[in-house]
Design a protein around this ligand. Structure first.
Ligand code: G3P
Ligand code: CA
Length: 242
């Protein structure tokens, strides 16, 4: 059965990576929540997609150049709709506390590894170890060095390799070179060859970002492990019968 993961929360309905979008994802009975993590100057893990504040808060500057106290009261919701003007950039630990009683997949995407954010992998593992959750963690990244590093620090942590384009033998690469547990392809790169390769290497495919019903149907037909979407309800509707 293909799982449905809410991308940046249910970000089609509420501002991405905020409590509002995570609440909406739960309300829609998503099987999981994907969220993005960066690190502040004072080493706090925060949930936001971009490296800069501009798009979602209107402020100038990079996350890495601010202490959390400087950015925590910024309005991270008005850009989406005035109704969300009280939404803020959450700390990861607060989101995990909020989700800890939910039996869901928590897919944390690290937007950059230790070359930009020194010791982010250690910080993340430490944060995860501080909290006991009912669901399961899956850590993914486009920074494959970061995933490899995370796995060397904790071989039990479940990880996924993100890719935006077609690769040669991506499942073998993810499993054997990175040591990851899943491959996260862009939906346009999923075809029969990739499915065959994933079966050969016993590699689950978690596909992003699928917002159209017909694409969701096609992927469920190919039996992918999960679909990451801004509209969990639409995708669930399309998957009925699979
Ligand atoms: O994790 C899947 C997807 O979120 C990766 O792309 O840019 O939306 O973080 P992006
Ligand atoms: Ca993401």
């Amino acid at each position: 059965m293909t799982l449905v993961i809410a991308h940046r929360g249910a970000s089609g309905y509420a501002p991405e990576n905020t409590f509002a979008s995570f609440e909406k994802a739960l309300e829609l009975n998503s099987d999981g929540i994907e969220l993005d993590v960066h690190m502040t100057k004072d080493n706090r893990l925060v949930v936001i997609h971009d490296f800069t504040l501009k798009r979602t808060t209107g402020e100038k500057g990079r996350i890495k150049d601010f202490d959390y106290s400087d950015i925590k009261n910024l309005d991270a919701g008005s850009w989406f709709s005035d109704a969300y003007k009280h939404q803020q950039i959450p700390e990861l630990i607060k989101v995990l506390e909020f989700l800890k009683t939910e039996d869901i997949l928590i897919n944390i995407e690290i937007k950059a590894g230790s070359r930009l954010y020194p010791y982010i992998e250690e910080n993340l593992l430490e944060e995860i170890s501080r909290i006991s959750v009912k669901g399961k963690f899956l850590i993914s990244s486009f920074d494959h060095h970061g995933i490899k590093r995370l796995k060397s620090l904790d071989p039990k942590i479940k990880t996924g390799v993100l890719s935006g384009s077609s690769m040669i033998d991506p499942c073998r690469y993810s499993r054997e070179f990175v040591g990851a547990d899943a491959y996260h392809p862009h939906y346009k790169t999923v075809d029969k060859d990739l499915i065959e390769e994933s079966l050969k290497h016993h590699m689950p495919l978690n596909v992003y970002t699928v917002n159209r019903r017909r694409d969701a149907k096609k992927l469920a037909d190919l039996n992918v492990n999960s679909i990451i979407t801004n509209f969990p309800d639409k995708v669930m509707e399309a998957l009925k019968g699979f």
